[in-house]
Design a protein around this ligand. Structure first.
Ligand code: AGP
Length: 597
């Protein structure tokens, strides 16, 4: 989604904004812009706004530096209005410039009202109404004008506003979109995302919903929704964020390589987590609900598989966006497990809020300790995957699997006073995942063979269905190959119609009792001329199969295999992406953190 940044610095303000925008690139965007309050030496008007904004990459803003010590910047991920220079942020009205992340749901009504008052709009965005409202409400008090404008807004927003009448001042507001304030050597910042300030800021403090941040007179000030100043504590920016550097490879490749470390850090942290506060809920739950989006949804499905098998209670699993609008039968006594790497995904947050309103107990599995989801949860279960910058979730997915399996084991313990057998193999997970890297040479050959395909299927049975779905999602999002992940048993109920000579099908068979059934599906593909690839930890499953390509996975207790089997599929997607000439870190139309509905 959109990334926002604000900076006050007497030195190199434009350069700092530009560097932060470059670091925000990973979130996905289609245009970028910067505005500064510029001291005007020649005219009698002392200060004026200078705006530079462009469709395309942040690099389009490089070149002539705008001088000034107060500025805002934006990377736009289009929601209202096509990506173009005109729709790019910052938006200006009179002496105000604004950047916005979120969606203003009542923008059409506000626009009409403003037009009736004679305002004209330059863009098709929902955001422009905010700056118009600020301008109309301004009677000398900048902060009051922003608050008055925010009082009219419905939807989600994090905004940063500057004014030519108020050099040195940035006013920000937050409602359901992430926003932090930060301080570094010689600079004060506001930002949607801490990684944007890697190497620039040392301390940070997140704003809560309804709060305002004001940078003025060289200080950062926080205010509650009524405009009263409040005291907040700043935290040191985690070392992993402060040291974020990509190196010569893409973030996605770097993060796949970091997976074994992420797993062992997460496992250590889980061992240290005190589950006693949720013991009663885990022991007493008659059923669980699980919600998430995208890759995290696949972790929710894996939780369902493991928890139903271990705990013998139903787990009702749904994408967050559907959960909210299906009158879910959730209430007191139910436990909702919400999974989100970022902890800022709008649909997952709203689903969680709804469940809490109905009296359910919320367990949040997230990688970001200071995220909105962690703050909302009755019990936050934190991953230690380290910052994940690539849009495609890799190491965070694997750590999500570890966390939900661990949660299942804890629930099993609270119910039966013993851990499931596979729990004791968790210690081996990190090294087994490292051993899975030996598959990379083979997956690279496979990618070379399949790089020109127009589509492919991923098949599995039992716990491998989820891995098939995740493998397909990865190759879709970064390699732009049409792919479907399916239960192999469904093949002849329709999908088989598309199999023809050379059509690639990748199967995963890690569950011995279902392996023969998966092999039967592959035989049906082969009989129609399809190309079959098979991943399994069992030598006999591979040798007895009809597959054209076989890859032996390292072995660990079967219930933990989803953590291992997805690794070569992630790498395969990355190889496909590179061979097809795409950048793994900038997937088309996608954003890292989907903070709008
Ligand atoms: C994963 O590769 C995707 N980029 C996407 O599906 C992602 O998992 C989804 O948007 C959920 O994000 P979250 O985990 O931050 O909530």
């Amino acid at each position: 989604m959109c990334g926002i940044i604000g900076c006050f610095s007497e030195k190199d303000c434009y350069g700092r904004l530009l560097r932060a925008l470059k670091k925000l690139e990973y979130r996905g965007y289609d245009s970028a812009g910067i505005a500064l309050v510029h001291k005007n030496r020649r005219l009698h008007e002392n200060y004026r706004l200078i705006v530079r904004k462009k469709k395309g990459y942040v690099s389009a803003l490089e070149g002539a530096v705008i001088s000034g010590d107060t500025g805002i910047g934006h990377t736009r991920w289009a929601t209202h209005g096509v990506p173009c220079d005109r729709n790019a942020h910052p938006h200006v009205s009179g002496k105000f410039a604004l950047v916005h992340n979120g969606i203003i749901e009542n923008h059409a009504a506000l626009r009409q009202e403003l037009c009736e008052h004679g305002e004209t709009f330059l863009s098709e965005t929902d955001s422009e109404v905010i700056v118009k409202l600020i301008d109309r409400n301004y009677a000398g008090d900048f902060f009051a004008a922003v608050r008055a404008a925010c009082a009219r807004l419905e939807g989600s927003y994090a905004i940063a506003v500057i004014s030519a009448d108020h050099p040195g001042e940035i006013i920000c507001a937050r409602c359901k979109s992430p926003l932090i304030a930060a301080a570094g050597k010689g600079a004060l910042y506001v930002c949607s995302d801490a990684p944007a300030l890697a190497g620039e800021a040392e301390f940070f403090c997140p704003a809560n919903d309804g709060e305002y941040i004001r940078i003025a007179e060289g200080k950062i000030l926080f205010y509650d929704s009524a405009g009263n100043e409040i005291k907040k504590s700043f935290l040191r920016l985690p070392a992993q964020i402060a040291a974020l550097e990509k190196g010569d490879k893409s973030f996605m490749e770097k993060e796949i390589a970091e997976t074994p470390q992420a797993l062992s850090d997460t496992l250590k942290s889980l061992h240290r987590t005190d589950f006693a506060p949720c013991a009663r809920q885990l022991r007493g739950a008659k059923r669980f609900f699980a919600v998430a989006c995208g890759t995290a949804y696949h972790a929710a499905l894996a939780f369902r598989d493991r928890a139903e098998e271990c705990l013998h209670i139903p787990v009702l699993c749904q994408t967050s966006s559907e959960f909210r609008y299906r009158s879910p039968l959730i209430g007191e006594g139910d436990v909702l497990v919400a999974i989100s790497q970022s902890g800022e995904t709008a649909d997952t947050l709203e689903a969680s809020r709804l469940a809490k309103e109905r009296g359910a107990y919320l367990i949040a599995v997230t990688n970001v300790a200071h995220s909105s989801l962690a703050a909302l949860a009755d019990f936050p279960l934190l991953l230690r995957a380290g910052p994940e910058i690539a849009v495609a979730a890799t190491k965070s997915y694997v750590c999500q699997l570890l966390a939900v399996f661990y949660l299942t084991a804890q629930a099993h313990f609270f119910k039966h006073t013993r851990m499931p057998v596979w729990f004791f193999e968790l210690e081996k997970l990190s090294e087994t995942v490292r051993a899975a890297e030996e598959c990379f040479l083979q997956t690279s050959h496979l990618a070379k063979q399949l790089s020109q395909t127009f589509g492919m299927y991923y098949l599995g049975r039992g716990q491998d269905v989820v891995t098939a779905m995740e493998g397909a999602l990865k190759v879709k999002e970064i390699a732009c190959v049409y792919a479907e992940g399916y239960a192999a048993g469904e093949l002849k109920h329709g999908t088989l119609a598309l199999i023809e000579k050379g059509f690639p099908v990748i199967a995963i068979a890690t569950d011995k009792k279902l392996a023969k059934k998966c092999e039967n599906a592959l035989a049906e593909v082969k009989a129609r001329g399809g190309f079959c690839a098979l991943f399994s930890q069992y030598e006999d499953v591979l040798s007895e199969s009809c597959a054209d390509f076989c890859c032996r996975l390292p072995s660990i207790s079967e219930p933990l295999m989803p953590v291992v089997s997805v690794i070569p599929l992630q790498k395969f997607a990355c190889e496909m992406c590179l061979l097809r000439g795409f950048d793994p870190d900038k997937p088309r139309n996608l954003a890292k953190s989907v903070t709008v509905e």
